[in-house]
Design a protein around this ligand. Structure first.
Ligand SMILES: N[C@@H](CCC(=O)N[C@@H](CS)C(=O)NCC(=O)O)C(=O)O
Length: 216
């Protein structure tokens, strides 16, 4: 029998990032693929040596699959994609298309959207990254105007991670990109996303109650 996956996340986070903590990428993938998983936690407040052994930057998520331990949400997603055709086609060109778009989500879009978002929320009006981000998002809008899915003419891990990168409220609200907006709305209406999202919200809500009880 296949090992059950373990998705590691924080035991608690403040309300702001809830629903966006990147363990959602792995939860969502597991739900799409029907892979069994448990969720375990590392402390948010006190990054321990053990945590750094598994994630050298003290971040989450990381994934455990039998003897395999893997950090970086994109790497975890690709590991899961090797286990399920639902996340990545098995033919060479479908797999290559999926792989290229997973990397594009992380290395061409998120590479600019995260620093742009960070400077925005820290109060910079024109942070200089806006132009770069707008160019990238406009290029992506042109792609999404012509197709429903990024790779292989069907849902893959590439759509999962691209939608997760794009669904950040400030990114969605910045500019008009109807095809991208329809794409994000469609992806985030998938039952597997909704389950992953509500499970993450419930996980951190339960942690609030635990903290109230223990007085942490
Ligand atoms: N590139 C990493 C980024 C992980 C990341 O930024 N995780 C956030 C939670 S969504 C985190 O752990 N933040 C705390 C920190 O960076 O110290 C990945 O995709 O796994």
């Amino acid at each position: 029998m296949a090992d059950k996956l373990t998705i590691w996340t924080y035991d608690w986070v403040p309300p702001g990032p809830r629903g966006f903590v990147r363990d959602i990428r792995l939860r969502w993938a597991a739900e799409e693929a029907g892979l069994a998983y448990d969720v375990r936690t590392v402390p948010f407040g006190d990054r321990t040596t053990d945590h750094l052994d598994n994630q050298p930057f003290g971040q989450v998520p990381f994934l455990e699959d039998g003897n395999v331990r893997i950090f970086e949400s994109g790497a975890g997603l690709l590991h899961m994609a090797r286990k399920s055709e639902k996340l990545m086609p098995r033919d060479a060109s479908g797999a290559a298309e999926t792989l290229q778009w997973v990397i594009a989500a992380l290395n061409s879009i998120e590479i600019v959207s995260v620093p742009w978002w960070f400077l925005e929320v820290s109060g910079h009006e024109d942070n200089g990254l806006a132009e770069w981000m707008e160019m990238r998002l406009a290029q992506l809008e042109a792609v999404l105007s012509e197709r429903d899915w990024l790779a292989a003419n069907r849902f893959t891990a590439a759509d999962l991670i691209m939608a997760d990168v794009l669904r950040v409220s400030k990114v969605r609200a910045h500019g008009e990109r109807p095809a991208t907006e329809a794409y994000v709305a469609r992806l985030t209406a998938r039952p597997a996303f909704l389950k992953a999202y509500s499970d993450q919200i419930a996980h951190f809500a339960a942690a609030d109650i635990e903290r109230q009880t223990t007085g942490d």
